[in-house]
Design a protein. Structure first.
Length: 150
């Protein structure tokens, strides 16, 4: 089976290590990110994730991100060409907030598993690690966003 056939008919993995990853820590991280994006960040529990947009004052999209909520941090998965912009954009709005930003792209590796049969292996591998899966799309398209690089 070729890679294309696996993607079309089964499941295939894709190397996405070039994507950017930003860590947000601090007590005000959820309030700041909630105010800066289009999704309900403050409702996320550890293990949850959501897709969100950063908008300008006119409502135009500046960047998009997948946000993973962890116990003491958020991880923002962004397009590689928007990584520096998102870091700068968030940083300029941190005034008296307890928020720290860190580019951790080089500390992680991204692997995506895509295709019509991708939900089963992803669910099996995530079950011990996550209490919840993304509410939409797991049955049609599953992604393992980040795994710790060895």
């Amino acid at each position: 089976m070729t890679g294309y056939e696996a993607l079309r008919d089964g499941a295939a993995w894709i190397d996405l290590r070039a994507r950017g990853l930003i860590r947000m820590t601090g007590e005000d991280r959820d309030r700041l990110l909630h105010a800066m994006t289009t999704n309900h960040i403050q409702q996320l529990k550890p293990g949850d994730w959501c897709y969100t947009f950063f908008l300008n004052a006119q409502g135009r999209i500046l960047a998009d991100a997948n946000v993973l909520c962890r116990e003491e941090e958020f991880l923002l998965d962004v397009e590689p060409e928007r990584r520096a912009f998102v870091l700068e954009h968030l940083d300029k709005f941190i005034i008296a907030d307890d928020v720290t930003l860190e580019d951790v792209t080089e500390q992680y590796a991204i692997t995506a598993i895509e295709g019509p049969q991708s939900a089963a292996p992803v669910a099996r591998s995530l079950r011990p690690h996550c209490r919840r899966h993304h509410r939409h799309g797991l049955e049609r398209r599953a992604r393992v966003r980040r795994s710790r690089a060895a």
